[in-house]
Design a protein around this ligand. Sequence first.
Ligand SMILES: [Cu+2]
Length: 610
Amino acid sequence: MRLINCGKIMRLLSLPLLVGFLGLLFACKGGQSPAEKVYVPPGKLDSYYAFLSGGHSGQIGVFGLPSGRLIKMIPVFAPDVAIGWGIDEGSKEIMGGYIWGDAHHPALSETNGDYDGRWLFINDTANGRIARIDLKDFVTKEIITLPNVGGNHASPFVTPNTEYLVGATRFSIPVPNRDVPIETYKENFNGVIAFVSVDKDTGHMENAFQILMPPFDYDLADAGKRVSYGWAFFSCYNSEEAYKDLEVEASQKDRDFIAAVNWKAAEEAIKEGKYKEINGVKVIDPQEVKGIVYFLPTPKSPHGSDVTPDGKYIVGGGKLAAVVTVHGFEKMQEAIKKGDFDGEVMGIPILKYESVRVAEVPVGLGPLHTQFDDQGYAYTSLFVDSAIAKWKLGTWEVVDKIPVYYNIGHLAAVHGDTVKPRGKFVLAMNKIAKGRYLPVGPSHPESAQLIDISGKKMEMLLDFPTPVEPHYGQIIDATLIKPELVYPLDQNKDPYAIKSADQARVERNGNRVDVYMIAIRSHFTPNILKFEEGDNVYFHITNLEQDVDITHGFGINFSNVDMQIEPGETKTVKWVAEKPGIYPFYCTNFCSALHQEMQGYIEVASKGSK
Ligand SMILES: [Cu+2]
């Protein structure tokens, strides 16, 4: 008996002892366990927003950090039937006829080189576009096409006061595009570097100017900041100018380039009329206008082109190299002044490698992208090594390395590409997540890993799956974003808005029928509608609610019509009365205890029967 009692006591004691021991261990290590560092208790909010691109889903994922919780998918280039993105007339017009886009690089707007929480921009690599999302309501407001840009990849990185977003060609094409033999690639194809201006009050985007470039593949970019303000830096590969079998043919040379563009000088050239217009855009030809662009030789097929927070250095990540190359902005200026060139391509001087290079940092294999913290350290993703290297700016020594799982592409630190990085965390965006999550068939999710960078050694905290495909991310302090939680009804300026049930009505003009409808818990007015076969019906629905989170939906049976209408918002959707019959419609977004009763009927009479 005594023995059994003893065993029981030991077992009862062992768990608290173990917990106590582990607690002591973490306390000695400086406080919290990884779980505690990412735990956000029920009812509490995350401290950071992470915006991760959704790749060829054409969307953007909004995650909370440090928890890694997915909060929202923002539809941008692709339809979203829940919200009605691509279904209602307004969003259809913004999407411009395409139903897909390849969303790669989210870029937050900046003021004085730091994120200001106003807008989020993202490129479409496939169809040469940039979209603007307003962070007041996390809705895509505008999509602009960049003419002459074949595959807009190095985009839309912002200049320090969001004067411009940049764009650049990944797949060179003839400019203007025309039918020429592909074999005449070197003679007839061009890259283009594009600058899109952003209105500082409205965010409205316009094609400002472009620079004609050799037919290389332009990859990523970063704007100069502080001392290098007025410049932008674009990595490019395929300086071999190959048009087939790129895997081999575009990997021949030891060095490709980072193109340094003096956008202030380009602005002057435009003012002086030194451009020709191609497809409605002012295009500068560097063979005719000197001093706008220079090439910095960079090994080897560089991907990342990242400017340090002080603006003094440009870090090139040569994805087939074992080092990152650090160029000095000051050295570059001196070399330009001295004419320290090593030939030229298409009128663009190539600066001597030794004259611009400050350091080669042996970070490891396959360096892609570099971010920065608030302590003078840089963090470089290593695709081949599946790791992140931490290294010191100035001494150029590698001080730490952490494995990630695996094949990391990009990484994002908190305000990690601004003049004021916040440190805290770096997020690894990994391309392949074999076996990392519960299996769901052959298509695996991608994977993000959150790493604590506040200490001397990096510490892995958390894995979470991400939708297709987080090429690139931005992490911003949550206090800088203050979204509107309802649209004030009294400020609703939609031409089809109505502000009360008495204004609800049906107006007919030939076979066009306009229905002015309201939605409020838990009914639509009107909710019995009669049309004739062949009528084109435009439903203009205003959600009269002013309470937070009382969104209504509007879906019509036997059709492709569904959309959400937010409190205080008006949306228009077109529906064609194609076939006689009865068509129920209903609220698709749960709104109240009587949500199920929020419905109506449409009667369509056969043509000429009434
Ligand atoms: Cu409802």
